[in-house]
Write a new protein. Structure first.
Length: 127
């Protein structure tokens, strides 16, 4: 379901055209692909992770990455059209070891579907 976002050109395009959202220590930069028709397998969505050493050692950072991937797969099982096609960079700026699966799931759902419940505004913009 989750493909990797790789390549300098892809990251440059994401940086230039991406929309930034954030909730707590999780930041998301997304560039949705409006030209691709979702194939309901999630293969049209590509993800990259940026988790700096300040969050924790390699074990902690890898655990965070695995937890986020598990949440994304869980959300995809519930809704096969999730996530929307495009490129996404997930940045974690502080430890989230104490977050429950439900909290992480709610946060990732809100970040990847901004405006669904009206509770999420892009970083730097007011609601």
């Amino acid at each position: 379901m989750i493909e990797r976002l790789t390549g300098r050109a892809d990251f440059a395009r994401l940086r230039a055209e991406g929309v930034r959202h954030g909730r707590g220590p999780i930041r998301l930069v997304s560039r949705f692909d409006t030209t691709t028709v979702p194939d309901h397998t999630g293969t049209n969505a590509r993800f990259a992770f940026a988790i700096p050493r300040s969050v924790g050692n390699a074990v902690v950072r890898n655990r965070i990455r695995r937890r986020i991937r598990a949440v994304l797969e869980d959300l995809h099982r519930v809704d096969p059209t999730f996530p929307a096609p495009g490129d996404h960079l997930i940045r974690v700026t502080a430890p989230i070891d104490d977050w429950s699966h439900a909290t992480l799931r709610h946060t990732m759902n809100a970040l990847l579907t901004p405006g669904r419940d009206g509770s999420e505004a892009p970083i730097g913009e007011s609601r």
